[in-house]
Design a protein around this ligand. Structure first.
Ligand SMILES: Nc1ncnc2c1ncn2[C@@H]1O[C@H](COP(=O)(O)OP(=O)(O)O)[C@@H](O)[C@H]1O
Ligand SMILES: [Mg+2]
Length: 216
């Protein structure tokens, strides 16, 4: 079966083969060789672990067995083989939906975030480039910057980044989108505490922006 490179991120190469997707962290020539391998190995393991854990709660690509059950040879140290999700990347397609449909999707984004936060998983890079809509389900992908934390502040920062991503990428509909995301997030056990923290995080951002003379 033919392999096709479908993405080339800052860190990784994304290769599609049939219904599989290989995320391959590539060597960075400017890093010391052993340090480079250490970083790639730990980030790969970390991401695979978080993907698996989140996958028990929300829709995420299924991570294939490390010992190569799929017959394809791959390096489990620096590569993750997962299910390819044939769907619409929300960064490109969210605004193409009618507003009521787009708001349902945003509600689901908020609910998914609440569900992983309730299990103390912080995604770390909640943007619509890391979400795929397949059928009626929003899949979260790319847990490369994710981590475990029970702190409300870490959850608030995750929400803050999501709001910022919506405001920059989907600016025309952003206020509506953010409203729907927050409604979906209401399901979180710690909704009130996280929203309080979110206000603080945002106030801090505004202050920092002013201090630098930026219109935050
Ligand atoms: N499991 C998957 N199924 C379908 N497309 C995917 C999958 N994983 C990644 N992609 C595509 O590849 C892009 C980059 O993958 P991602 O994991 O976000 O890597 P990066 O860390 O470089 O952002 C995504 O925005 C998406 O378009
Ligand atoms: Mg990504």
């Amino acid at each position: 079966m033919k392999e096709k490179i479908i993405g080339r991120g800052a860190e990784a190469l994304l290769i599609k083969k049939g219904n599989l997707l290989l995320k391959k962290r590539i060597r960075k020539g400017y890093r010391h060789e052993r340090l480079d391998l250490l970083l790639r190995t730990s980030r790969t393991r970390h991401e695979a672990r978080l993907l698996r854990k989140a996958g028990q709660i929300i829709s995420t690509p299924i991570v294939k067995a490390i010992d190569g059950m799929t017959k394809r040879r791959f390096d489990p140290e620096t590569e993750i083989e997962m299910q390819f999700i044939p769907g619409k990347l929300l960064s490109e397609d969210l605004d193409k939906f009618s507003i009521p449909r787009a708001l349902q999707i945003c509600w689901q984004i908020g609910r998914n975030t609440a569900l992983i936060h309730d299990k103390d998983i912080i995604h770390g890079d909640l943007t619509t480039s890391n979400m795929i809509l397949k059928g009626k389900n929003v899949y979260f992908i790319d847990f490369g910057l994710g981590f475990h934390s029970g702190r409300a502040e870490d959850k608030a920062v995750d929400m803050h980044l999501l709001k910022q991503a919506l405001e920059s990428k989907h600016f025309k509909r952003a206020p509506k989108y953010v409203g729907a995301v927050l409604k979906g997030y209401k399901n979180s056990e710690k909704y009130n505490i996280v929203i309080e923290k979110l206000k603080k995080v945002e106030a801090r951002g505004r202050y920092k922006g002013k201090a630098k003379g930026k219109n935050y």
